[in-house]
Design a protein around this ligand. Sequence first.
Ligand SMILES: [Mg+2]
Length: 220
Amino acid sequence: MSSKILKILLLLFLPLWLNAKTIPDLYTVKQQLATYHDSGQYDQGIRRVDKQAQTYLAKRIAENKKLAQPEKLAVVFDIDETTLSNYPNMKIMDFGGTPDATREAIDEAKDPPIKASLELYNFAKTNGVTVFFVTGRREFQRKAAIKNLKEAGYTDWEALFMKPNDYKEYSVIPYKSATRKKITEMGYDIVFTIGDQWSDSQGGYADKSFKLPNPFYFLP
Ligand SMILES: [Mg+2]
């Protein structure tokens, strides 16, 4: 084979070969997601962050007690993949599904709790910290969300803020940060906000933010 032909063949097939090496197929990725979840690594990752949040909250509670005029401490929880898990539905839908199918699954109100987050939630409550939910679920899903949260073991939250039905922004950040601003204006010091998306923590109005792992989906 002449070196010219060899060069042409190399130019033609090298990109294909490199691609095959670096980009896994969708089937493999789905298997990796299931393995990450089923092996317990996903839960461990969540528990690690929830523990960090609890340690920080405990420190803040102790400091607050020493103040002549203690602050009204609050924490903000997201719902999906933070306090409730959609994993069973994601698995049924093979990590796909249309927005309608996803909404229907949410409206069934059968999502199990994320246990480490439920423990963090209860730790906040039993230590006199006010708990708020700020979720990207829309207002029309309120009834199902309340039913699901209660059945999963979450009780006595101060308020559940949901995205307005006519919300048109691409990102959830303006809504979530404006809601935290509202909570601050209610006289609370938000010690932390915790969620599985980066958009849960942008836009201020929380002393600290904690990001839980979510390898399954991204929301702006
Ligand atoms: Mg979420």
